[in-house]
Design a protein around this ligand. Structure first.
Ligand code: SF4
Ligand code: SF4
Length: 108
């Protein structure tokens, strides 16, 4: 279970992250915003350099479209929410982002 570290991003969000979080090795961080949204960010080196995949948990309805169409097969379902399993293979093609009907996933 992630440990709350009581840091503030700014006045609008708090960070919840595992104690061993490392943004360079594909680590995942969870951000809770004060408008009630939970965002999971996975960052690391992808095939086109530094990559961050963000998933707004509250918007993901688990339709699996992004999982089915990711050409690199790096997304999978974690119960009903999509998750990133290997960011090092991400090409930033943005296919997942274009296909998501709920604007839940984005890649930068
Ligand atoms: S940007 Fe492309 S390769 Fe990366 S997760 Fe999305 S669909 Fe897969
Ligand atoms: S396409 Fe969007 S709503 Fe569907 S599983 Fe992926 S992130 Fe969730």
């Amino acid at each position: 279970m992630p440990e709350k570290n009581n840091k503030n991003l700014n006045d609008d969000a708090a960070i919840v992250a595992p104690a061993n979080f490392n943004a360079c090795d594909g680590g995942e961080i969870e951000i809770e915003t004060n408008d009630g949204l939970t965002m999971r960010k996975t960052s690391g080196k992808g095939k086109r350099g530094n990559t961050t995949i963000s998933i707004i948990v509250n918007y993901c309805k688990g339709c699996e479209l992004c999982v089915a169409f990711c050409p690199e097969h790096i997304l999978e379902m974690d119960k009903e929410i999509v998750k990133v399993i290997d960011i090092s293979k991400c090409t930033k093609c943005n296919m997942c982002e274009y296909l998501c009907p709920d604007f839940s996933i984005s890649v930068e």
